[in-house]
Every structure is written in structure tokens, then in C-alpha cells.
Design a protein around this ligand. Structure first.
Ligand SMILES: [Zn+2]
Length: 256
């Protein structure tokens, strides 16, 4: 089968000009979007805004039932909301820094945290412009930090050391990344640098790796203890989550 597929592709390359092949790929994409949307993602409940009904599709490849149409939350934001509420993560937190902030989580966080700050590398996206690899803040500035799907974009060892420095001793770091749990070790490849190759190897044009189970070791090496929160099978269906998605709840260990 792969041989037939490759031959067909090679034939198409020979007889169809590149601009037309590109248009055909776009058309193929939009057909897949329409089919995913029309298939629907089932009825879910949003734990963030209370919406109950049909959720929208998102992503490439499409994930039917991913987006709450009222608050625009995705699967991982709903999972983080559940973790915050069920584990009472923020009840004693007075100041929190949220990297690459997700607006749909603002109410969830500010319900508990009086001093809520947001940060992004690019201006205009958050209350502060900060580079997570070199955070321009004094030591021990925050009691909690959130970074959802940020570490796969950056030099993560530098970022983890900076996050630990900026947290108070015992402070909390809430984090999620794309993980292939079947892999023992994280896949990194210094030869992969172009946008095309990064998409092919790591799932997006600006991703630098695809984590394996050893993500936990990176957190521990940076001086954190690690706990995990996941939705169970029925919660995945009820709230429109991704099976096996994990929120890591890390605590900055006090220096020896
Ligand atoms: Zn919602």
C-alpha cells in the first residue's frame, strides 16, 4: 500500500503543477473541516462556563468536540479548571503568574488569586512581556506559575530553572506539555530546524521536541516535586477532554 500511495504522489507531482496541488490540499483540508464539524463532537458540559450542548471542532488534524462555543475553552483548559477546583490548588495563593494566558481561565484563577499577572514573549498578549528562558523578575516573586503547552516551544531546562528561581520556596508550578507516554525518553533532534521539519517531527512549526515519560525527570531535576491530575473515562466524555491528558502540579523544593 505505501508503494502505491508513493507512486500516486510521484505521478501527481509530475502531471499537476505545484500551485494547483497546493489548492487541492487546501480544498482537502476544508472538506475534512466540514466533515468533522458536521459529524459533531457529541454533547459535552463545560465546567468553566456551564454551557451544555454541541462543542465545536478545532485543530489540524481536526478534533471534533474540542471547543466550548460559549467560553472558547479547549480540552486542556477545561482539564486545568477541573484540577484547580477539585484539588483546591489556588485557595491559599495570593500572587500568580500565567505564561501565554488563556482568557477563558481568568475567572477560574481570579476567583481565588487577588494578584494575577499574565506574561507573553510577544507584546500585546498579556500584562507583561517576559522571556520564560530569562525571566526579568526578582527571585521569589510569585507563589504560583502556570505555563500550559509553553515548554515545548522553548529551551525548557533554562525555563524550568528560571521558573524555580522566580517562585517562592514551596511555590507551585502548574504545567502541561504534549507527551507520548509510550516513549521513555523525549524526542529531540538538533538537525530538525525548518518549520516544515519541525511540524513533521514535533507536531508544530515552532515546537522543539516531543516529550516522553521522562518529562517528569526534567521537572524533578529542576528542583520540583511532581503530582499529576487526569480526567477519568467518564469525565473525558462529559467535559470533552483528551484521553490521558495530564496536568502536572509541581512544588518548588526548598534549597538543601
Ligand atoms: Zn465554556
Amino acid at each position: 500500500m505505501p508503494k502505491i500511495g508513493n507512486s500516486a504522489k510521484a505521478f501527481a507531482k509530475l502531471v499537476i503543477p505545484a500551485p494547483i496541488r497546493w489548492k487541492m490540499r487546501q480544498l482537502q483540508y476544508w472538506i475534512s473541516v466540514l466533515s468533522a464539524v458536521s459529524a459533531g463532537g457529541g454533547t459535552h458540559e463545560c465546567p468553566i462556563c456551564g454551557f451544555s450542548g454541541e462543542f465545536g471542532a478545532a485543530g489540524m488534524p481536526m478534533r471534533p468536540g474540542a471547543i466550548c462555543p460559549r467560553c472558547r475553552s479547549g480540552e486542556r483548559q477545561r482539564l486545568l479548571h477541573l484540577a484547580i477546583e477539585r484539588l483546591n490548588l489556588l485557595t491559599d495563593t495570593r500572587c500568580l503568574l500565567h505564561f501565554a494566558p488563556e482568557n477563558c481561565l481568568t475567572k477560574t484563577i481570579t476567583k481565588y488569586v487577588p494578584d494575577y499577572k499574565t506574561a507573553d514573549l510577544l507584546p500585546g498578549r498579556a500584562s507583561m512581556v517576559l522571556n520564560i528562558e530569562k525571566i526579568d523578575l526578582p527571585d521569589r516573586s510569585f507563589e504560583a506559575i502556570i505555563a500550559m503547552h509553553v515548554l515545548e516551544h522553548v529551551e525548557d531546562r533554562a525555563a524550568l530553572n528560571e521558573i524555580r528561581r522566580v517562585l517562592v520556596p514551596g511555590g507551585m508550578f502548574i504545567v502541561a506539555v504534549p507527551i507520548a507516554e509510550a516513549w521513555e525518553t523525549t524526542y529531540e533532534n538538533p538537525a530538525v530546524v525548518s518549520k516544515h521539519d519541525r511540524t513533521l517531527h514535533f507536531g508544530a512549526e515552532d515546537h522543539r521536541r516531543w516529550y516522553g515519560r521522562d518529562f517528569r525527570d526534567r521537572l524533578k531535576k529542576a528542583g520540583f516535586t511532581v503530582e499529576e491530575y487526569k480526567g477519568d473515562g467518564s469525565e473525558v466524555v462529559k467535559y470533552g477532554l483528551v484521553r490521558g491528558d495530564t496536568i502536572f502540579i509541581c512544588r518548588a523544593q526548598k534549597a538543601a
